[in-house]
Design a protein around this ligand. Structure first.
Ligand code: AMP
Ligand code: GLY
Length: 413
């Protein structure tokens, strides 16, 4: 099978690693890819926002499957254009990708599907905004309705900050604050069936102890020894299956990866958000643990054949630590030299924002993500940190506490 993967980040490097390990994948193409992915796939330098270029490439390579990594091309409708040409695609249509593209839309689907989530109001003017803020009280949760590259959500005790953020959005969702640890739980869907993956946890704040600004994610780990024992079954029954059924009933089936961001509250699980694609950096801990051949799995999903499929997982633990450029998540400088990439056994260095430019250079905020795999979280952490601490990139930083509490708790059990 020939596969074309779209994207260029750490998530795509992890997906490419999984695809290239599947013996049924005879050719792996990635567009545009990055220097890490170049080691295992053929790269094609096209823009991911150019639907026609993606279709032309898929046709000229005569691929059997296209896998879309990031949300932007999905929201742009590239999956529809590919399907119209008879090409199998892992990734939702433009209509189904609205689960990520519009918070208001996602709330409406959850309401109709009976999926537990925070109470919310969608507001379009100051009067509605102030009424919503005062209904819920502090802490205020204010979400830009549209895609905002991780900058759309403000959670604050300060009513004025909440109000100013809300006024800066064209349409805004204001919701009840959910208290409890967060979990990312993904489902792979063919439009009718959905297979839940194992849960992972992402660290969204830039600095240790959950300090600093929100980011795309500074690290992740899986499995979650502290999670409620039925978390996968409960998320399947209460969230994933009803969402897939509701999207199908609306005539806009969701084919691809449904990412449920959940809060585990004392009243049960509540959906914080949906994404329409694999999470980054959660993918960098899930793919190394997944034993099911990835190419065949995504092909079955893309062609409506997931019924009777199951997922196999290794018992290992995985921890990934993001190496970020100086200044991330604000503007960062690119073009700095990266050296000392020495992965020991059980460690994979995934490239995220790198480029080949007379040697390996930085080219983004999240530069590398380093995954360690071991028999428990402590071993996986040790491996990831041993490697990431040796990498040289001027001004770069990483969090020191990824999976720390969970590994301590696991040891105590
Ligand atoms: P999102 O982009 O929707 O994932 O939101 C970013 C982060 O804001 C989440 O990971 C949560 O930490 C926080 N957040 C979003 N919605 C809520 C909520 N209703 N209650 C508490 N925290 C939230
Ligand atoms: N890890 C958060 C995201 O992928 O959106």
């Amino acid at each position: 099978m020939k596969v074309l993967l779209i994207g260029s980040g750490g998530r795509e490097h992890a997906l490419a690693t999984g695809l290239s390990a599947d013996k049924s994948v005879t050719e792996l193409h990635v567009a545009p890819g990055n220097p890490g992915i170049k080691e295992i796939a053929v790269l094609h330098p096209i823009s991911i926002s150019d639907n026609q270029a993606i279709v032309d490439l898929a046709k000229s390579l005569a691929v059997d499957l296209v896998v879309i990594g990031p949300e932007m091309p999905l929201v742009n409708g590239v999956a529809d254009v590919l399907r119209a040409q008879g090409i199998a695609v892992f990734g939702p249509s433009k209509a189904a990708a609205q689960l990520e593209g519009s918070k208001h839309f996602a709330k409406g689907v959850m309401r109709d599907a009976g999926v537990p989530t925070a109470k919310s109001f969608t507001c379009e003017n100051q009067k509605e905004i102030e009424r919503a803020l005062d209904t819920f009280g502090a802490p205020y949760v204010v979400k830009d309705d549209g895609l905002a590259a991780g900058k759309g959500v403000v959670v604050t005790e300060d009513r004025e900050i909440a109000l100013q953020h809300a006024l800066s959005c064209k349409r805004v969702v204001i919701e009840e604050y959910l208290k409890g640890p967060e979990i990312s739980l993904f489902g792979i869907s063919d439009g009718k069936n959905i297979l839940p993956m194992q849960p992972a946890q992402d660290f969204k704040r830039a600095y240790d102890h959950d300090d600093g600004p929100n980011t795309g994610g500074m690290g992740a780990y899986s499995p979650l020894p502290w999670a409620p024992t039925n978390i996968v079954e409960d998320t399947y029954t209460q969230v994933l299956a009803p969402m897939i059924a509701e999207m199908a009933a609306r005539g806009t089936p969701f084919v691809g990866l449904l990412y449920a961001g959940l809060a585990v509250t004392d009243r049960g699980i509540r959906v914080i958000e949906f994404n329409a694609r694999f999470g980054d950096p959660e993918t960098q801990v899930l793919i190394p643990r997944l034993r099911t051949p990835l190419g065949q799995l995504l092909y079955k999903a893309a062609t409506g054949n997931l019924i009777d499929s199951t997922l196999q997982w290794s018992d290992d633990s995985a921890v990934t630590v993001v190496l970020a450029a100086n200044g991330y998540p604000a503007d960062v400088k690119s073009g700095d030299e990266i050296s000392n990439l020495n992965a020991v056994n059980g460690v994979t260095i995934f490239h995220a924002g790198t480029k080949d430019d007379g040697g390996l250079k930085s080219a983004g905020g999240r530069v590398l993500t380093v995954t360690g795999v071991g028999s428990d979280l402590t071993e996986a952490r040790d491996k990831a940190y041993r490697t990431v601490s040796q990498i040289k990139l001027a001004g770069s930083f990483y969090r020191n506490d990824i999976a720390l509490n969970a590994s301590v708790a696991e040891k105590g059990n």
